[in-house]
Design a protein around this ligand. Structure first.
Ligand code: PHE
Length: 448
């Protein structure tokens, strides 16, 4: 059955950028940076994003549009063998685990919105946001309620069909996100001791880079660009031939890096300056940012605005995740969309329950990478996403027809960009698989 298409060129860019920009840049990047060495982490992350992420993003776009199908059917179609369907399944399953913990954080944002709203309306009186919010997210009932509401919100939007509304809303929300960040950064940078935080964030201590930090930086670069779970493939499958894929990929990488750095500049000076309790781990952004707003006139209003935009950025990412499952299942038959969406949302919610409880009642269950939440995140970001990325790389490099790939990036024989195309294919064939495999070997060799 024929798949539906994006409304316009801008529509695709906004949707793909919306998928990329989300918790990865705004929530995960700052605490990963804090945990894995500051400036050195930033540097490795930037290198991976440009050298590994960009070519891979393009390859997902190319696979997606060339196939014009959901990823599972698409791999079979382009590879010519039934066996390739399994590659699509990897993304399909990985994305369910991804959304299972992503929705926990999405739920926190919803809870914070309610709490901040209650404070603004004087229903509640909050003296320390950090402490209050911490209390709220450790409460199992609130955590689950938040997560369930977030999944419902995601499902309602995806159930409608993803084009409608997103395009229009993005045009307002994305610039607003940017402006709010500029405000936070200005306030953060003018706090006492701010420069200490800036230097932690921007000065790389090369000697301090650990192999573990490199693994996390790799995972973060995939996470932030939505690479490795066939999300970008799915979005690109709704494209017509007019869109320039190379430019779109560049544009998205640029926006994503900018937002990540802005998030760092907002957070690190504030950490250095304000003595905030629990300023670490997944709660970092949630306890530090409100304190910065606290130091701004009408801070509560701005904070609520910030949370709304934050929520929007998060939802535009979560919808791209569940869309993969929906696309793989409905195969273009839009009449099944609603039902399928709600079924997946329910399953993903259930998978996420242990993660949702891991800040609270299950907080003592700690193994390998940390809490249950940390472990699911580790499994997805540091293992499944790189494996998915490897698949996209090898598939485009070795299996997909080169002529078809050339057509997707508008290169023909004798064109002046042929060298770029060849470099890209070379990277996908050799360099990127090598990088991913080496990072894996170094990190997962017992005793290593
Ligand atoms: N890039 C999204 C974010 O940063 C997360 C994501 C990963 C979305 C993979 C889709 C696929 O929030």
């Amino acid at each position: 059955m024929e798949q539906s298409k994006w409304g316009s060129k801008l529509g695709f860019i906004l949707a793909a950028a919306g998928s990329a920009i989300g918790l990865g840049a705004l929530w995960r990047f700052p605490y990963m940076t804090a945990e894995h060495g500051g400036g050195a982490f930033l540097l490795v992350f930037l290198i991976f994003t440009l050298v590994v992420g960009l070519p891979l993003l393009l390859s997902e776009f190319v696979i997606g549009r060339a196939s014009g199908r959901n990823p599972i059917d698409g791999f079979e179609y382009l590879g010519g063998k039934k066996g390739y369907r399994v590659l699509g399944w990897v993304g399909n399953i990985a994305t369910m685990f991804l959304l299972s913990f992503y929705s926990v954080i999405g739920g926190w944002i919803l809870i914070y919105l309610v709490v901040a709203g209650a404070d603004l309306l004087n229903i509640m009186n909050i003296s320390s946001y950090g402490a209050t919010f911490n209390e709220v997210i450790t409460n199992p009932l609130y955590a689950l309620l938040g997560q369930a509401s977030f999944m419902l919100l995601t499902a309602v939007i995806v159930g409608q069909g993803i084009q409608q509304g997103i395009e229009r809303a993005s045009k307002i929300m994305m610039p607003l996100l940017f402006i709010l960040f500029v405000i936070i950064i200005i306030r953060s940078l003018t706090l006492p001791n701010a420069m200490e935080g800036v230097s932690f964030f921007l000065t790389p201590d090369i000697g301090g880079i650990t192999t573990e930090a490199i693994l996390f930086a790799l995972g973060q670069s995939f996470f932030a660009l939505s690479i490795g779970v066939t999300a970008m493939m799915t979005y690109a499958s709704y494209l017509d031939e007019k869109q320039n894929l190379t430019k779109s990929a560049l544009y998205i990488v640029l926006m994503n890096v900018t937002i990540s750095i802005m998030a760092g500049l907002a957070i690190f000076p504030a950490i250095a300056s304000l003595n905030v309790e629990n300023a670490e781990g997944p709660g970092l952004v949630f306890v530090v940012i409100p304190e910065v707003f606290n130091a701004i006139p009408f801070g509560m209003l701005f904070y609520i605005l910030f949370l709304l935009v934050f929520l929007f950025a998060t939802v535009t990412s979560s919808i791209s995740m569940i869309e993969i499952n929906v696309a793989n299942t409905i195969k273009g038959d839009e009449s099944k969309r609603k039902k399928v969406t709600y079924i997946f949302a329910a399953i993903i919610f259930l998978i996420g329950v242990p993660s949702a409880l891991s800040e609270g009642v299950l907080n003592d269950v700690v193994f390998f990478a940390g809490t249950i939440f940390d472990n699911v995140d580790f499994l997805v970001s540091n293992i499944l996403l790189p494996v998915g990325a490897l698949i996209a790389s090898v598939f485009t490099g070795y299996i997909m027809d080169k002529r078809m790939a050339m057509a997707q990036v508008n290169v023909s024989d004798g064109s002046k960009y042929m060298w770029l195309f060849k470099t890209w294919i070379f990277m996908l064939k050799f360099l990127l698989p090598l990088i991913i495999i080496i990072v894996f070997i170094v990190n997962f060799t017992p005793g290593g």
